[in-house]
Every structure is written in C-alpha cells, then in structure tokens.
Design a protein around this ligand. Structure first.
Ligand SMILES: Cc1cc2nc3c(=O)[nH]c(=O)nc-3n(C[C@H](O)[C@H](O)[C@H](O)COP(=O)(O)O)c2cc1C
Length: 184
C-alpha cells in the first residue's frame, strides 16, 4: 500500500456518519427539513452539528431554540437528497418527500414518523466558523424502532440500514455490513 500526501479537503478523510435530517419550524409553522452529515457526539446527551449559517435550519434553530434529529434508513435515502435542496420556506420538504410529521413530546417541532430514530433537542451553544456554525444541541428525549435496538440500547446502524453519504456532494450512499468484534 502506498499513501498519497494531501493538504486540501482533509475533513473528507473522516466524512462518513449516518445522515441525519433535522426538522425545525418556519415562522408560519411549516415544517422545514434539512440534511446534515457533519456532526459528532460531544457528550452523552449533546451533539455538535456544522450547520450553514444561511440555511433555513440554522435560522429556525436560532429563532425557536428547538429541533428534532431524525435518522434515515436506506428505504428513504431519496429523502436525504430532497432535504439537501434549497426549497423555499412556503413548501415543506416532508411533503415533497412523501413523509409525515409526528407530534414530539418535549419540543414543538415534529419528528419524522417513517424514520428509524428521532431525538428531540434544544439549542445549547455555538461556535461560528466562516460560513458554518458548529451548533451544540442538548438531547431531551428520543424514539427508536424496537426491532433496531442494539445490545447497549442504542441504534443498531447495521440492522437499521442507516445510510452514510460517501461522496458528498455526489448522491453516493452506503450502508454498513459485516460487523466484527476484535479479538483481544
Ligand atoms: C448528504 C448531505 C449531507 C449534507 N451535510 C451538510 C452538513 O453537514 N452541513 C451543512 O451545512 N449542510 C449540509 N448539507 C447541505 C444542506 O442539506 C443544504 O444546505 C440544505 O439546503 C439545507 O436545508 P435548509 O435550508 O432547509 O436548512 C448536506 C446535504 C446532503 C445531501
């Protein structure tokens, strides 16, 4: 194996995380849905997401302080692309994608009914970096499809066929397979 030395697009070397679709509310109550892949868990109940400052998602979060993180499975992969487009706020991406909002418990933003897991969140803090802001959100409560619960209670991303974008901005996705335990 021979490695190539590179100095640009370095974050692409660690880019794959299951895609999330964030739902938020526009001022008139229409549900907005945006696709995000640049995020990480920063504690047991906090997630940090790099969100473009000109996106509807960012503006809605800043205005209402609320959002829902929804985890997409392979069956609904097309929705990640629809929610990745710049759709005017008068139209909900959910409607365009044939998805349904469901009432949440602790926030006024609805979750996406068809998706395998949902986390109700509130804005905590942010760090502005050029065109993006690294937005840290506090997770309040969540839902998970019973058949996809892993041994530790979290989401079994293999079984659930959670999708990873592996060539952004290309619409190229993959699911994980063949999990293995490392012998010690
Ligand atoms: C697979 C995929 C991953 C994306 N990841 C991000 C991301 O991590 N951060 C971001 O700001 N935009 C990301 N985008 C672009 C946003 O989805 C896009 O700007 C969208 O229009 C935002 O929707 P909104 O304006 O309704 O919030 C991604 C798009 C796709 C298709």
């Amino acid at each position: 194996m021979a490695k190539k030395y590179i100095e640009s697009n370095l974050t692409n070397l660690v880019r794959a995380r299951p895609i999330i679709i964030i739902t938020t509310l526009h001022p008139d109550g229409i549900v907005n849905a945006g696709t995000f892949g640049a995020y990480t868990n920063v504690s047991g109940n906090e997630i940090g997401i790099a969100i473009g400052k000109y996106s509807h998602t960012y503006r809605n979060i800043k205005r209402t302080g609320e959002l829902v993180i929804n985890v997409v499975s392979k069956k609904y992969a097309y929705a990640a692309e629809i929610c990745g487009r710049d759709i005017p706020p008068s139209k909900s991406e959910l409607e365009l994608a044939g998805l349904h909002p469901e009432k949440a418990k602790n926030v006024s933003v609805p979750l996406i009914k068809e998706f395998v897991a949902n986390i109700e969140c509130k804005f905590s803090k942010e760090l502005e970096i050029n065109y993006h802001s690294f937005v840290i959100v506090r997770c309040l409560s969540g839902y998970i499809e019973q058949e996809f619960i892993a041994n530790d209670g979290g989401l079994d991303v293999v079984k659930a066929e959670a999708i990873f974008n592996i060539g952004y901005p290309e619409p190229l996705y993959a699911v994980l397979s063949n999990p293995f335990l490392v012998e010690q």
